[in-house]
Design a protein. Structure first.
Length: 303
């Protein structure tokens, strides 16, 4: 049996990173939980981008389906002038500095839409705000994946991946920068909200391998980081090996997850990467300590 978190034949299947249609996933929170049960996932975390709006529906569904549910958020941050995603598990979402920062990120994402559409218009791609809103449904904010969906509908591209590669990615002609939270400050905010932080797919982008090397991650640990998402589809086997040893050396929790987006992202099926039960237990333990130290009322894990 393999001892890392990738696809191992586990008795307990734990997936700590997934998206619903409250951000850029394609399934409702209830559908997401049902899907998890069908795939025999025992513990699922719902981690929509910058919003907790899907939490209640997911929790209700989890109780009905007998799936354990961890409430989380994937927060859009900036570090060394690059975008980085932070998974925050079990924070009190009403903690004012956290709520304010999430609102700022969501506002920034919404505010960018007209500029993105102007840039597309300038290169002959004619999509309007209504087209995009028809794709974003209940999402807390309308982001690039929804623009991509509208481009698919219009027959401009085949799928989201092509839309990002040809138009919406950082080097694409329709890219527009938006607000993101400062990573170090956000680590402190999540702790103060009684939650725990795991850095999501830290080595998705080449440039982040420099800012988020062992030394960089050690500094983030000092600011409150509890774990590293090691097993993620964006990491190759060599990267996973190095990240796992960094996590071990720094005594950070190594997690593995799918980053499932429904039909919105290829190759990210629920359970394609898993977190070991020991790692999950440690994370819960740290969350409990963080909650106690903060004095905040944090959400319970649905069991
Ligand atoms: P936004 O937050 O609006 O800037 O959109 C960024 C989000 O788009 C990321 O968090 C991903 O979930 C998604 N995304 C980025 N690249 C791709 C891609 N190539 N295919 C599908 N989804 C992507
Ligand atoms: Zn996403
Ligand atoms: Fe992410
Ligand atoms: Fe994600």
């Amino acid at each position: 049996m393999r001892t890392d978190g990738a696809n191992y034949a586990a008795v307990v299947r734990i997936d700590l990173h997934s998206h619903s249609n409250y951000s850029d996933g394609t399934a409702s929170p209830a559908e997401l939980v049902r899907h998890a049960r069908e795939l025999e996932i025992d513990v699922l975390a719902i981690t929509d981008h910058d919003t907790t709006e899907g939490w209640d529906e997911a929790a209700d569904a989890a109780r009905g389906e007998g799936v354990a549910l961890v409430r989380g958020i994937e927060i859009s941050c900036r570090h060394a002038d690059h975008g980085v995603h932070l998974l925050a598990y079990l924070p009190d979402p009403t903690y004012p500095p956290l709520a304010a920062e999430l609102e700022r990120v969501l506002d920034g994402r919404n505010a960018r839409l007209p500029a993105t559409l102007d840039k597309l218009q300038a290169i002959g791609v004619d999509i309007d705000e209504d087209d995009v809103r028809a794709c974003s449904g209940p999402a807390a904010a309308t982001g690039r994946p929804h623009v991509a969906d509208a481009m698919v509908e219009a027959g401009v591209v085949r799928d989201r991946t092509e839309a990002f590669e040809r138009y919406l990615g950082p080097k694409g002609p329709a890219y527009v920068r938006r607000y993101a939270a400062d990573l170090t400050e956000m680590l402190e905010t999540v702790s103060a909200a009684g939650g725990v932080s795991v850095i999501a797919h830290p080595w998705t982008k080449r440039h982040n391998q420099d800012a988020l090397d062992a030394e960089g991650l050690a500094r983030l640990k000092d600011a409150g980081l509890a774990g590293i998402e090691v097993d993620h589809e964006d990491h190759g086997s060599r990267e996973r090996e190095v990240l796992r040893s960094i996590a071990r050396d720094l005594d950070l929790v190594a997690t593995g997850s799918s980053d499932h987006h429904g039909d919105g992202k290829r190759g990210h099926e629920l359970g394609c990467n898993l977190t070991l039960p020991e790692a999950y237990d440690r994370l819960l333990d740290l969350a409990e300590k963080s909650a106690a130290a903060s004095g905040r009322k944090t959400p319970e894990v649905v069991r």
